[in-house]
Design a protein around this ligand. Structure first.
Ligand SMILES: *Cc1c(COP(=O)(O)O)cnc(C)c1O
Length: 429
């Protein structure tokens, strides 16, 4: 960090003045009167995404069935076309990414292909800080194959309850492990794992490896193909701003193209022959083979529109600003919040290379503090047991937003404002 940084509003404004991505803020609808720090749960609507959805509706209205080939862009190859654009975002070769399905369904499909247990190697390795849906999916696959959903899923333990040590993962890749599935960035602490190191370790030990990129895509650059990752999957509604429940994505290394998908369907058929309606499977020669059924066009249109903004800003510039924003947030938390009653602790790794796009502040009264923040127009989120997650999203958040958020936090604890709010979290934390 820059030692000249100051915990003042003027300084925050000065950082905004030097921000090369500042103009992108105007590309987004920001809920009136709020400071939005929750883009790692649901990214905001851009004008570009809004237009793309309206254009998809117009295509349906004006062309009806003709839209499959004649809409702009045509619906029939939307998953593949968008996949090519996203490939640039994650360092993949064209044909290795397709926009399809939902995150968890994609994991199921990929497990169906790449979890190939043998008598000797029958285990899956994951970790105890995983997003729960991934664990449910992996246990489901073990059960489907008559294996033990508890014993055959090995979970790397966290040493501190926040992070996973790469060494511990590597040590756990024994000759019983067939497949390793891990997140890139942990949804709670925001720790970024060393994906190339883990990929090398898995391959040296004879296991395949796949990553859930939901919390890193759009805010951290990736080089999936150079790293030689076997597969990956992610949602598009967080840092990629594709809208609630929008179509997700998957990556399959070209080395594995031709492997049958776990959950085959006609949308994964060779595109030019799909309408032959043959009962014999002839899958697409690339990641497109992992599509299942008809692409949800309206839920994909926004992904396409939103992607334009991210590609225009560029991943390197986004990452550079993201690290400055999170650095400034951690700096302000140290300066203004560390003497607070009961204290806040920063649960996110301080080394930039180990951090994704959000910062986790821990406080025993986190639930009530989050409610107090919301009533002041700051939108964070809460993750049990005691984490306030703050995501200053580079495309639409400012250093001033970060400053305001921390000032509100300081007042809320100093004045004990949070005591006016009932404990207990809402249905959506
Ligand atoms: C958000 C998120 C998901 C979401 O899964 P869906 O199937 O889209 O609901 C999965 N994994 C991680 C790590 C996430 O952060």
């Amino acid at each position: 960090m820059d030692s000249s940084w100051q915990a003042t509003e003027d300084w925050a404004r000065r950082l905004d003045g030097e921000d090369p991505l500042a103009r992108f803020r105007e590309d987004f609808h920001r809920p009136a009167g709020t400071i939005y720090m929750d883009g790692n749960s649901l990214g905001l609507l851009s004008h570009s995404a809004e237009k793309a959805v309206l254009a998809a509706l117009a295509g349906w209205r004006d062309k009806a069935i003709g839209g499959w080939l004649e809409a702009d862009p045509p619906w029939f190859t939307l998953g593949e076309d968008l996949g090519r654009l996203q490939a640039a975002l994650v360092g993949a070769r064209p044909g290795e990414v397709v926009v399809t399905g939902s995150t968890t369904v994609n994991l199921h499909n990929l497990l169906g292909s790449f979890y190939r247990p043998s008598d000797q190697r029958r285990r899956i390795l994951a970790d105890e800080l995983d997003f729960p849906s991934d664990i449910y999916a992996m246990r489901g696959h073990l059960a489907l194959r008559g294996l033990d959903p508890e014993g055959d899923l090995m979970l790397v333990r966290s040493r501190d309850g926040r992070t996973i040590t790469e060494e511990d993962v590597v040590d756990a890749i024994t000759d019983e492990v067939a497949l390793v599935v891990l997140p890139s960035v942990f949804y709670r602490s925001g720790q970024l794992l060393d994906l190339p190191l883990l990929t090398r370790a898995a391959h040296e030990r004879g296991a395949l490896i796949g990553f859930d990129l939901s919390h890193s895509v759009g805010v951290v650059p990736h080089n999936l193909s150079d790293w030689d990752v076997d597969f990956a999957f992610w949602c598009n509604y967080k840092y990629l701003n594709g809208g609630p429940g929008c179509t997700a994505s998957l990556y399959v290394n070209q080395r594995h193209h031709g492997t049958p998908p776990g959950l085959a369907g006609w949308w994964g058929y060779k595109k030019d022959r799909q309408f032959d309606m043959s009962l014999e499977w002839e899958g697409a020669g690339d990641a497109g083979a992992w599509q299942i059924g008809t692409i949800p066009v309206l839920a994909t249109a926004a992904v396409a529109g939103a992607l334009r903004v991210t590609l225009e800003a560029g991943m390197e510039a986004i990452r550079a600003k993201s690290l400055r924003l999170t650095e400034y947030l951690i700096f302000l938390a140290d300066e203004l919040l560390s003497d607070a009653p009961d204290g806040f602790s920063v649960g996110t790794p301080r080394k930039p290379a180990r951090r994704g796009g959000h910062v986790a502040l821990e406080h025993p009264e986190a639930v009530r503090i989050v409610k107090a923040l919301c009533s002041r127009g700051v939108v964070p989120d809460f993750r049990p047991p005691d984490v306030i997650r703050l995501a200053p999203v580079p495309l639409y958040c400012t250093f001033e937003d970060v400053w305001q958020t921390v000032r509100h936090l300081q007042e809320i604890v100093e004045r004990r404002d949070y005591k006016h709010y009932p404990p207990g979290r809402g249905t959506i934390a």
